[in-house]
Design a binder for this molecule. Structure first.
Ligand SMILES: [Zn+2]
Length: 334
């Protein structure tokens, strides 16, 4: 019976290997089974053993022995199998990668757990930008704080540069994920500079949001942060909501407009509970926000990705006149 089932699955795979959209929709045991069947189908196709194909697959997706692959890793395994199947000449051992420059100081992000060239086109799991086949992508380690969700495959900018050379969209994403997690938003000096410049348009002081909750003090704090190159400046939750409302009145690129609209939609839904979720069951905190987002009547790129994500805070700089060596934990990749 099992053999019959396996033969059926193999037939299906030989006729129609899951396409990129179908791969994204797979998870759990169905995804594990698809990888196993895909390995057997490809081994049969090229006349080698399934063990050999599986071993090369694990090395190509760069899963270390100590890492348990999650659904997003396994989806990438299927994309690799799909690439090999489409063009068997690409079934080669993975080549060593040159690690990109990693910023230092307050612009630094943790070292990624894995980097690899994309086998097929994917969208960045944080900013949604296209990652074309051959472009660098990677993933961070699972967050230690279990209230955060693991991020998917990210583009090179989101892996390395987003804290040193932040775009305006990075600021919006940071505010969104902090509000989602239920905390104030921490900006480093580079992010403060981008936000300060964005908010400095004179016409914005006439918006209803600004008149109700003036941002002059916040702007002054952002300027101080830039001048002092501060690692982190915390901006309170209500002020961040005002900032989101005010920024909607600025000149926006189509990407910024779409992201800001999605952020605004989810902030509104968390406030109004349009699905009528029972607070008795979900409370009013993080579980409630996760559930409202998961069941939103109008899915967006943000709701598809879930969260909240830990977008990283800069470690505090070492005290200048302290000769003591830092503790080993402070030297580790944070
Ligand atoms: Zn990105």
């Amino acid at each position: 019976m099992r053999q019959q089932q396996a033969a059926f699955d193999l037939d299906v795979f030989e006729c129609a290997f899951p396409d990129p959209e179908q791969i994204l929709a797979l998870g759990g045991s169905a995804l594990r089974a698809a990888v196993d069947t895909g390995v057997v189908a490809f081994a049969t196709m090229v006349g080698t053993s399934a063990e050999r194909v599986h071993s090369r697959l694990v090395r190509t997706v760069r899963i270390s022995k100590t890492t348990v692959p999650d659904d997003l890793d396994r989806q990438e395994m299927l994309r690799i199998l799909r690439t090999w199947r489409t063009d068997p000449s690409t079934y080669r051992p993975p080549v060593a990668l040159r690690r990109p420059h990693r910023p230092e100081g307050i612009g630094q992000l943790p070292a990624p757990r894995v980097i690899k060239p994309a086998h097929l086109h994917v969208d960045c799991g944080l900013c949604c930008d296209a990652v074309k086949a051959g472009d660098l992508m990677g993933r961070f380690r699972q967050p230690k704080d279990l209230s955060f969700t693991a991020m998917g495959w990210l583009c090179g900018h989101c892996l390395y540069a987003r804290r040193e050379t932040p775009r305006r969209r990075d600021i919006l994403l940071r505010i969104y994920h902090h509000l989602f997690a239920g905390s104030a938003t921490g900006f480093n000096a580079y992010e403060c500079e981008v936000l300060e410049t964005w908010l400095a348009e004179p016409a914005l002081t006439n918006t209803t949001a600004w008149r109700t909750d003036p941002l002059e003090n916040t702007l002054a704090r952002l300027r101080d942060s830039v001048e002092e190159q501060k690692a982190t400046t915390w901006v309170a939750d209500p002020t961040c909501r005002t900032i989101v409302s005010v920024l909607a009145h600025t000149d926006l690129t189509p990407q910024e407009k779409s992201l800001l609209r999605s952020v605004d939609q989810h902030l509104t839904e968390w406030r109004t509970n349009p699905q009528g979720l029972e607070t008795r069951r979900f409370g009013t905190g993080l579980r409630y926000r996760v559930e409202v987002l998961r069941t939103t009547p109008n899915p967006t790129e943000l709701s598809k990705r879930g969260g909240p994500f830990d977008l990283h805070q800069s470690p505090a700089p070492a005290p200048e006149d302290d000769d003591e060596a830092p503790a080993p934990d402070d030297q580790a990749d944070s």
